[in-house]
Design a protein around this ligand. Structure first.
Ligand code: MN
Length: 750
């Protein structure tokens, strides 16, 4: 804990005129007022206002702000009254503490109407004196840092409020460092899994690339020195939350994420900023479209810097921000980096600073860093103006939120409940934001009363009604159309669950076939007892494991006391058998192969509820003898028995499962087969091939071209056909085409 004399020393070190007696009085008063109160962590309560004061001391704020920080919880939580504070510390500090007390009573995460009203009060309180907001933000930051001792539900609520209200507010007044930390802690609470994953990836990258940060820092510094630009170069790793945002925004995975390092070049003056930029651009290749000049065009919160991205040493993409010291202070601490708060508090204008007041708010000086935070304050005074115009709560909320949160959209349920979403969100995000169950059963939507596609990007003020069906299972493809973590996680969970059911279905099939071979009939009750012998609890789990190849069917039979010499799943395959079967089965008529009761599982097409896919190297069509290979990731992949790819599974008989086509004669489903067509290198060859396939009523679904020699080249074509007969006919027709010199079925090895 910061001791009394240390606190005073620290303040006077940056502000020699600070009122030491005031600070001492505030310290002692707050300590006594909180007395033996404890925080959730068990620490004395006074450690909290003290830590809040310390955060503000780091920002070099004035004595009144520090005193208010020490006193900020006294009126609400102790016997102290506003009147007493007023008498002891004067009206300025009493005003600040009173403002903070009012803020504390506002719940900002409530129903729309109340939320609007509370936000209105909140903004009034902070616009009264920006120092109220600064103390409030420091208060929130310390509470977030010490959130670990709270109950989980309370933690989530506070984190949500922080992410929705406080972090954007900190950003809006330019306190980027504060915003980043608030966002990051909230993110960790609200999405612990994602936070952990990203942190782990960062650690791995750090180990991989060694001291890359340092290396690039040195390279940059040397280059700048060569051009006589004094600069301090600072490399840092991006925070998990900013990486997460980037992944969400750009729809990229963690693996694709390359530029996780940012470098800051701080130089003496604006001229050096541009010279340094020139040096960087001469030295390394520029990534196009990433250069931004926020020096000539400052952001509304007065942020200034040059941004660029280059391909640096080791071909790593590095992001650079080039700025002066003053710009750096503003970038990190925004409003707090200025003397502005003093002017607001005392309503006096400091001589020499003529653009601090709202009346001069339009002043923008392109040659120098702004000396005051006119822009950052303007939005606030604009909001306050709006308050006096007496808009309805809904309209007010909409305006306010729009002002505050550029990167969010606010939509409404038909009941008028407000749903806040990141901009770019779709009705699917909306549905999941309302309730996971609503998202899972969502099949359509009405936006402002009209039917709209579920992938529509929502706009501010949209009223969204979700159409639901209990039969719905969210398709995995939805993951591409959502941007909120909640929706994405829920879709993944539902997809996983559906897949698990598919595997359980497959496992049930495999087991039933094996039982049939043994002429055994087993009730689920017996099965349940048997699997418990295997140390398993739930039948569905075991079935899914059989389907996935993680539990051998033979083990379950053994547990049932049904003897068998070998597992039927692997009995029919050996290299010799496979070679023989090529000739034996290739001429079988389409569809219903003669059903031998060997335990083969029927494949009734690919759209059924079993997890089948067909090997892309060969394809497979009804009429061909097929086998399945089970892998936990891919489910069952179907191979024609002649596929060369099967060799790699020779040593893993437990992966093999016997399949048989069971496709109805009239079915219009088509199946892929990969063929190689060699043609003469003459004009019109491809057209001839394509025409022949089209005439045969088949589709080309993929085509690769390989040049063999000057005279001939090969096409590798995936054709979609009904069955083996259909395929054979097409291959025959292709063989007859004038420019075709050869046609063959591909066997899986290129
Ligand atoms: Mn507090």
């Amino acid at each position: 804990m910061l001791r009394q004399f240390e606190l005073v020393e620290q303040v006077t070190s940056y502000d020699p005129d600070a009122d030491e007696a005031l600070l001492n009085r505030a310290y002692v008063y707050a300590m006594k007022a909180h007395g033996t109160q404890k925080r959730a962590s068990g620490d004395p309560y006074f450690s909290h206002p003290l830590a809040v004061a310390a955060i503000l001391i780091d920002l070099k704020l004035d004595d009144a702000t520090i005193a208010a920080a020490l006193l900020h919880d006294t009126i609400e939580d102790t016997e102290a009254t506003k009147q007493e504070i007023d008498e002891l510390f004067g009206s300025e500090i009493a005003g600040l503490v009173d403002g903070l007390t009012k803020l504390k009573q506002l719940d900002l995460v409530t129903k729309e109407a109340a939320q609007a009203e509370n936000l209105r009060k909140f903004l009034l309180a902070i616009s009264d004196d920006i120092r109220v907001l600064l103390v409030k933000l420091a208060d929130r930051l310390h509470n977030m840092r010490t959130l670990g001792h709270m109950r989980q539900d309370k933690r989530e609520r506070i984190a949500q409020e922080t992410m929705d209200i406080y972090a954007p507010l900190a950003g809006r007044i330019g306190m980027q460092a504060m915003r980043d930390e608030l966002d990051d802690i909230s993110f960790k609470v609200l999405n612990e899994e994602a936070h952990a994953t990203i942190s782990a990836r960062l650690t791995a990258l750090r180990q991989e690339s060694g001291d890359l940060l340092r290396e690039i820092e040195v390279a940059l510094t040397q280059k700048l020195e060569e051009h006589h630009i004094p600069a301090s170069v600072n490399g840092r790793e991006k925070r998990p939350y900013s990486i997460w945002r980037k992944m969400e925004r750009k729809q990229i995975s963690l693996g694709q994420l390359s530029d996780i390092y940012g470098f800051r070049v701080v130089v003496d003056n604006i001229d050096d900023c541009y010279t340094a930029l020139g040096v960087v651009h001469q030295t390394w290749r520029v990534v196009p479209g990433r250069f931004k000049d926020y020096i000539s065009n400052p952001k509304t919160n007065n942020y200034q810097s040059l941004h660029t991205t280059v391909v640096g040493p080791h071909r790593k993409r590095i992001e650079l921000q080039i700025r002066t010291n003053e710009m750096h202070d503003i970038a990190e601490h925004g409003v707090a980096a200025h003397s502005l708060y003093r002017d607001l508090g005392s309503a006096e204008n400091t001589p020499g600073e003529d653009d601090t007041g709202a009346e001069h708010a339009g002043t923008k000086d392109g040659n120098a860093a702004p000396t005051a935070d006119a822009n950052a304050y303007r939005w606030l005074s604009h909001l306050v103006d709006m308050l006096s115009e007496g808009d309805g709560p809904k309209e007010f909320l909409e305006h306010t939120k729009l002002e505050l949160f550029h990167d969010q959209v606010f939509c409404f349920t038909p009941n008028g409940d407000l749903i806040a979403l990141p901009s770019g969100a779709t009705p699917i995000d909306f549905a999941y934001a309302v309730h996971t169950n609503v998202g899972d059963t969502c099949v359509g939507c009405l936006i402002n009363g009209r039917h709209a596609p579920l992938i529509t990007e929502l706009k501010n003020g949209d009223e969204v009604e979700i159409v639901r069906s209990d039969a719905q299972v969210p398709p995995a493809a939805w993951e591409k159309f959502v941007i909120t973590g909640k929706a994405r996680a829920a879709i993944r969970r539902a997809t996983r669950l559906a897949l698990r059911q598919q595997y359980a279905g497959l496992g049930r099939e495999i087991l039933n076939r094996a039982l049939k071979v043994q002429d055994a009939v087993v009730e689920d009750e017996e099965l349940q007892i048997a699997i418990e012998r295997l140390g398993e609890k739930h039948l569905d789990d075991v079935l899914a494991k059989i389907g996935r190849g993680e539990v051998a069917c033979s083990d379950v039979l053994k547990a049932l006391g049904i003897g068998q010499e070998h597992s039927p799943a692997k009995s029919n395959f050996g290299m010799g058998q496979r070679l023989k079967s090529l000739g034996q089965y290739i001429s079988l008529p389409r569809g219903r192969t003669k059903r031998q009761d060997t335990g083969a599982i029927p494949v009734r097409g690919l759209k059924g509820d079993l997890p089948f896919t067909i090997s892309l190297a060969t394809g497979a069509v009804p009429g061909e003898r097929i086998v399945g290979i089970m892998t936990p990731e891919e489910g069952v992949t179907i191979y024609p028995i002649f596929s060369d790819q099967l060799r790699q599974y020779d040593d893993e008989p437990e992966r093999w499962i016997d399949l048989t086509w069971d496709v109805h004669e009239g079915s219009d489903e088509t199946f892929p087969a990969r063929i190689q067509v060699t043609v003469l290198n003459q004009p019109g060859a491809l057209a001839q091939v394509a025409q022949t396939i089209a005439d045969g009523e088949a589709n080309i679904n993929n085509l690769e071209l390989n040049t063999q020699s000057a005279d001939v080249y090969d096409f590798k074509i995936m054709v979609e056909v009904r069955d083996l007969q259909h395929l054979t006919k097409i291959m025959r027709e292709l063989g007859r085409a004038p420019l075709v010199t050869g046609v063959s079925r591909m066997t899986g090895v290129e």
